[in-house]
Structure formats: structure tokens, C-alpha cells
Design a binder for this molecule. Structure first.
Ligand SMILES: [Zn+2]
Length: 486
């Protein structure tokens, strides 16, 4: 179909719409037609009743998808040959994993299921909160408190005949390689960078190399969507081939934390006052005993709000509200339903393109921003030669022997391309495994804490020493080589 033809159709549709609006007789007959069509469809769906066999494919059900797969076109992949096999692959074989059943996840599941994907698994560790209901449209008030993955799967399965969504009310870290290996494509709709990086690391760990050459059959494409208010991005990652999440880590700004000195002594913003109450007053005054601050507990928020107001009054700062208090404590970024819809649509389209090989996939990073006007942009994010996740190049650590272990720890967490969260550092000394520092287990943290003040030399480390670093951002240990500088 060329552009001209397309245009004619558009014009006539417009005309048709105008006529319908103006002509009441036509309107009622078209309404009648629509009613009959809905009845007809409902009957077909009722007959199938969500039955999980392919017998529910009524005539013309997949016509919208067939148009893309069973005829040639100017925008198809150069190697594309129209056939009926692609659709059969989608319907019967292609297995998709959706990570996250929240704002993006609901959109993704709906889009994928309506595009013909039927074997879908969804992983989400969250339960439904009442505040989700404005945009996470697979959930209803009666579902509040239930696992998102389960409710989303039930909804899709009962609404879209033949679709078999399998829910997992779990963390992504609860599954091992064998679970992830079963999927053709993985789509992420996550709000956590740590989880994204972990998933990225998992797919990289599944790659197999023979004589240094990547086996393409070990690649599981990762489609990643992310939104934050009016901004979003969608990207296609072919692990081991194109830029991975960690290759472009510099693109994720570190979480904004106010400097402690500002909070403690020179507050200027209402946020500083709230942080003062949250970080300094709460642990000191222990208003509810030993319970830690719970952002979902109204009494806790009220307490922080009251203290923050007192502090604000002291420094003549205005703007401390209950809502802002909750926002700061829970680190809430407002979610915009339409941003989720745009990004999920882009992601689902990429899944479709890759699964069918009918179109050239996004190469490889799409930016969307409608904060002010509407702006989109696509660029090719490049692989980082020494990416700590996907490069297979040992990571260098350059420090003088007089540097303290604390400095190494700070480097691992603060370096823009590493951004680790709570790295655990181990090494081999005199043939024995030695933990230099580990944060996550209290007793080990206490035992290894004195090491932080020791120099690398005092710890017995030598030039060229290998340090193994484990962190929540990756399922695999990252190896670093210590290079002593003068
Ligand atoms: Zn990488």
C-alpha cells in the first residue's frame, strides 16, 4: 500500500465520520450494526469461554496481525518472506517473559496478548495498592492486596481466549538460569535500576562462547521499557551484541540525596526539613519504638510531617505538606498513564518485530519526553569496551598501595559506570578465600569493618591481585584486578 492510497482511505474515513454525526437515521442503523457485531463476538468468546486451545480462533481473529506477516511491504525486513508460519509461531511456540505487572506490565500484557502472543509468563513481587488503580487497568478495587502477577494473569486469561499467562508472585532473584533460558524474548517493565541490572546480568550469564565467538543461539533479546512521569525510554538489547544496561549506566542519574550537612544545618527547601525528620529525628526519638519508618503508615507520615513543619517554621521555609512528606519518604515519582501506554506500545512492537523477524528492530534506544511539547529521539547506544557486565574484559582498579579499603569501596559505589549498592569484596590470600568487607550480614560487617581503615598494603594485597566483588546489581561476581599506582 503506498502513501497516496493510504491518504484516500483516511479522507473517506473522515467523511464517513462526519456523515454519521450529522445523520440520525444513519447513526441508529450503525449503532444497531455495532450492537449486533458485539453480540456476535461475545457469543464467540463465550463459546470458547477462555478455553485454552487453539480452537478459539474464529474467522478473521488475527486479520490485523496477518496484514503484517502474510504480505510484502516497503518497510519489512530485507530478508522477510511473507508466510503463515510466523503467526503460527506467535500463537503456538513463542514464549515471552514479562517482568513487572505494574503500570508498564499491564499495558505490555494486554498489547502482547492482543498481538497473538499466548505463552506469556509474568513475574512481579508486589501486591495491588489502591493507588495503582488509576492506571494499572487489569486491577479492580476488589483486588487490592492480591498479588499483581496473579490478578493480571487471571484478567488476561479470562478476557482473551486462548491466552495462557502464567503468573509468578516472586522476585526475579528467586529464579535461576534454567527458568530464564526457556524464553524466546524477555520484556522488562520495571521501576528499579537494580532489578534491571540484575536481569541484564542474568541474560549475559546465559551467553555461551566458543573460542571467543558468541553462539547466537544463546542470546535472549531483552526489551526494556522505563518511565518516570512524562519521560520514558524503550530499548532493545541483544546481550553480548549490542549495548547492555551497564554499558550505558552513566545515563541513569544517581538517586538524588540531599547532602547531610544541608539537611542537618542549612535547610533551604521543604524537602530538607522532611529529610531532617526522617533521617535524623526518627531514629533518635523512636516515636513508635523500634519499628522502622513505614511510608504506607499514615501515623508515621503524620509524625514526620509534624516534625518537618516545626523545622520549617524555625528556618522560615514554606511548602511542607502532608502530600510532599509522603512523596519524599516514599520517593514517589508521579506515574503518568499515557507515558506508560506509549512506552509499552513501543516495547510490544519490538517484541513483535523480533519474534517474527518481519521488521528491523529498533536500533536501539528510544527517548520519549512530553514534559514540554513532545519530543522523541532514537539513537544507537554503543557498547562499552570495558563494560563490567558484558565485556568479558577484567576490570581494572587503580590505587596506590597506601589507599584504604574504604576508598575502594567508595569507588565501587560512586563511579558512574559501576554504581554498586553494597559491594562485598573477597580475595584469595595465601591460597585461602578471605572476605575483606561484607555489608549484608551484620556479624560479618562488624568483623570486617576494621579492614576499611586499613591500607591495601596492610591488608596484604599485592599488585595484580584479583578482587571478587558481589553486589545486588548483578547475579554474577565481578572480577577486578588491582593495579598499584605509584
Ligand atoms: Zn555492557
Amino acid at each position: 500500500m503506498d502513501g497516496k492510497y493510504n491518504f484516500t482511505i483516511l479522507k473517506s474515513t473522515q467523511f464517513f465520520i462526519n456523515t454519521t454525526c450529522l445523520n440520525p437515521i444513519f447513526l441508529s442503523s450503525s449503532r444497531e450494526k455495532k450492537r449486533r457485531r458485539i453480540e456476535d463476538l461475545t457469543e464467540k468468546m463465550a463459546v470458547d469461554g477462555g478455553h485454552r486451545d487453539s480452537g478459539c480462533d474464529w474467522d478473521g481473529r488475527w486479520n490485523h496481525v496477518r496484514k503484517f506477516l502474510e504480505r510484502p511491504g516497503p518497510f519489512t525486513h530485507p530478508d522477510f518472506e511473507p508466510s503463515t508460519e510466523s503467526l503460527q509461531f506467535l500463537l503456538e511456540t513463542c514464549k515471552i517473559l514479562v517482568i513487572g505487572a505494574g503500570g508498564l506490565g499491564c499495558e505490555l500484557l494486554k498489547n502482547l496478548a492482543l498481538s497473538g502472543f499466548r505463552l506469556i509468563h509474568v513475574v512481579d513481587m508486589d501486591t495491588i495498592d489502591v493507588s495503582n488503580l488509576n492506571r494499572q487497568f487489569l486491577f479492580r478495587p476488589k483486588d487490592v492486596g492480591r498479588p499483581k502477577a496473579e490478578v493480571a494473569a487471571d484478567f488476561i486469561n479470562s478476557r482473551i481466549p486462548g491466552c495462557k499467562v502464567v503468573p509468578h508472585f516472586k522476585k526475579i532473584q528467586d529464579f535461576d538460569e534454567s527458568f530464564y533460558r526457556q524464553f524466546h524474548i524477555i520484556v522488562c517493565g520495571l521501576d528499579s535500576i537494580i532489578a534491571r541490572r540484575w536481569m541484564n546480568g542474568m541474560l549475559i550469564s546465559l551467553l555461551s562462547y566458543e573460542d571467543g565467538v558468541l553462539d547466537p543461539s544463546s542470546i535472549i533479546p531483552l526489551i526494556d521499557g522505563g518511565t518516570e512521569g512524562f519521560k520514558g525510554n524503550a530499548r532493545v538489547i541483544l546481550p553480548g551484541m549490542t549495548a547492555c544496561i551497564d554499558c550505558t549506566l552513566e545515563l541513569y542519574p544517581p538517586q538524588i540525596n540531599f547532602p547531610m550537612c544541608t539537611i542537618a544545618s542549612m535547610p533551604r527547601l521543604p524537602e530538607h526539613c522532611i529529610e531532617y525528620a526522617r533521617i535524623l529525628q526518627w531514629p533518635k526519638e523512636k516515636p513508635f519504638g523500634d519499628t522502622s519508618l513505614d511510608g504506607d503508615n499514615p501515623e508515621h507520615i503524620q509524625w514526620v510531617f509534624d516534625r518537618a513543619q516545626e523545622r520549617a517554621a524555625e528556618f522560615n521555609i514554606t511548602g511542607v505538606t502532608y502530600r510532599l512528606t509522603q512523596g519524599v519518604v516514599k520517593r514517589i515519582i508521579p506515574a503518568v498513564a499515557s507515558t506508560n501506554a506509549v512506552i509499552a506500545a513501543a516495547c510490544a512492537t519490538e517484541v513483535f518485530k523480533i519474534a517474527t523477524s518481519a521488521y528491523i528492530p529498533l536500533n536501539n534506544y528510544l527517548v520519549f519526553n512530553d514534559v514540554d511539547g513532545l519530543y522523541t529521539y532514537t539513537f544507537e547506544a554503543e557498547r562499552k569496551e570495558n563494560c563490567s557486565a558484558c565485556s568479558q574484559v577484567p576490570q581494572d582498579l587503580q590505587f596506590p598501595p597506601s589507599a584504604k579499603l574504604q576508598e575502594v569501596l567508595e569507588y565501587l559505589t560512586e563511579n558512574a559506570s559501576l554504581q554498586m549498592k553494597s559491594p562485598a569484596i573477597t580475595t584469595t590470600l595465601e591460597g585461602k578465600n578471605k572476605t575483606l568487607y561484607l555489608q549484608s550480614v551484620k556479624s560479618i560487617e562488624e568483623r570486617t569493618r576494621p579492614n576499611l581503615c586499613k591500607t591495601l598494603k596492610e591488608l596484604g594485597l599485592s599488585d595484580g591481585q584479583e578482587l571478587a566483588v558481589a553486589d545486588v546489581t548483578t547475579p554474577q561476581t565481578v572480577l577486578f584486578k588491582l593495579n598499584f599506582t605509584a
